[in-house]
Design a protein around this ligand. Structure first.
Ligand SMILES: Nc1nc2c(ncn2[C@@H]2O[C@H](COP(=O)(O)OP(=O)(O)OP(=O)(O)O)[C@@H](O)[C@H]2O)c(=O)[nH]1
Ligand SMILES: [Mg+2]
Length: 299
């Protein structure tokens, strides 16, 4: 693998070739990837997770946020998770169109990752890749995931700030919030506020927040991503949240979660699943099969 210094030199000139290679090697866990990861010296760079239902305008918002930060001469990395379900075919193509302003910009690196190849290891890969981005000169790291499953909750455990993007007239989304989005949102973005009934939705959302959260109630920001309206407020809310985070206990909690994820992933690697299965096939037929006794041989 290339050295971190070489990658940094490339990124500073807007040449992402070595970075892209490193990303692939980390994703594929090639030999040397672990040692490479251990050689990283990440800076305190905000990791911002953006999740929400399909078509809510996540990519359009990211496109606008990138513009906001590029105007401040910042470097931005975007990692978008492709759920690889038939339902979302074309999501990546859509992203390419939505973020077209930035695909060739020397201060912007955009990479799509297939969730399918990771089988529950998405978090491990994301943790590696975000740490890589934090180490090679980016000022903001954005992760886009479509909120249709476990992935958004997983990503929230990695992001310093999690944005949940909703749209007005979204009865379903209110249901979704009941099933977990409320807990992970640091900032709610109500996008497509050019739609009728936007104010009613915002009002309902705020009411739900008051009813469901105690301390640290998430902010609600109204945007029209296509018009770049509300973007300044959103960027300020992200900044404010990240600053609060830097000194808070939450940060330590989050690091603990990440360390435990790494430990669990490492321990899992040490167990040969095929062997467990073979032994289990035999053992489970025994009349006195006890799962605790059985599992112990693999501890
Ligand atoms: N009217 C209106 N349309 C918007 C707004 N923001 C985004 N859109 C449109 O909504 C559609 C979906 O936007 P995307 O940014 O691709 O949404 P997404 O959440 O990234 O979608 P997936 O990645 O497929 O889940 C596009 O046609 C956008 O132009 C907005 O504020 N108002
Ligand atoms: Mg998108």
């Amino acid at each position: 693998m290339k050295s971190v210094a070489e990658i940094i030199a490339g990124v500073s000139k807007g040449n992402f070739l070595l970075l892209a290679k490193a990303v692939s090697e980390v994703e594929n866990k090639t030999e040397g990837a672990e040692i490479f990861l251990q050689s990283l010296a990440p800076k305190t760079v905000p990791i911002i997770g953006i999740t929400g239902p399909p078509g809510a305008g996540k990519s359009t918002l990211i496109n606008a946020l990138i513009g906001h930060w590029i105007n401040q001469a910042k470097k931005v990395a975007v990692l978008s998770v492709d759920p690889s379900s038939p339902f979302h075919q074309g999501a990546i193509l859509g992203d390419r169109i939505r973020m077209k302003d930035w695909y060739l910009h020397p201060n912007v690196y955009i990479r799509s990752l297939a969730a399918r190849g990771h089988l529950g290891g998405m978090n491990r890969a994301m943790l590696s890749l975000t740490t890589l981005m934090q180490s090679v000169g980016f000022d903001y790291i954005l992760i886009e995931t479509v909120g249709v499953g476990q992935s958004e909750v997983e990503v929230a455990s990695l992001a310093d700030t999690t944005l949940v993007v909703l749209v007005p007239e979204a009865g379903d989304e209110v249901q979704m919030m009941k099933s977990g989005l409320m807990e992970i949102a640091n900032i709610f973005v109500v996008n497509k506020c050019d739609r009728p009934n936007a104010q009613t939705f915002v009002h309902h959302l705020k009411q739900m927040i008051v009813e469901n959260t105690q301390a640290d109630a998430p902010q609600v920001i109204e945007t029209i991503a296509t018009e770049k309206e509300g973007l300044l407020e959103l960027a300020q809310a992200i900044e404010a949240h990240h600053q609060g985070m830097a000194i808070g206990e939450n940060k330590k909690e989050m690091l603990l979660t990440k360390v435990m994820q790494l430990v669990v992933a490492q321990k899992m690697n040490q167990v040969d699943m095929a062997q467990v299965k073979t032994k289990l096939d035999l053992a489970c037929r025994e009349a006195n099969f006890n799962i605790f006794k059985f599992a112990q041989q693999f501890y």
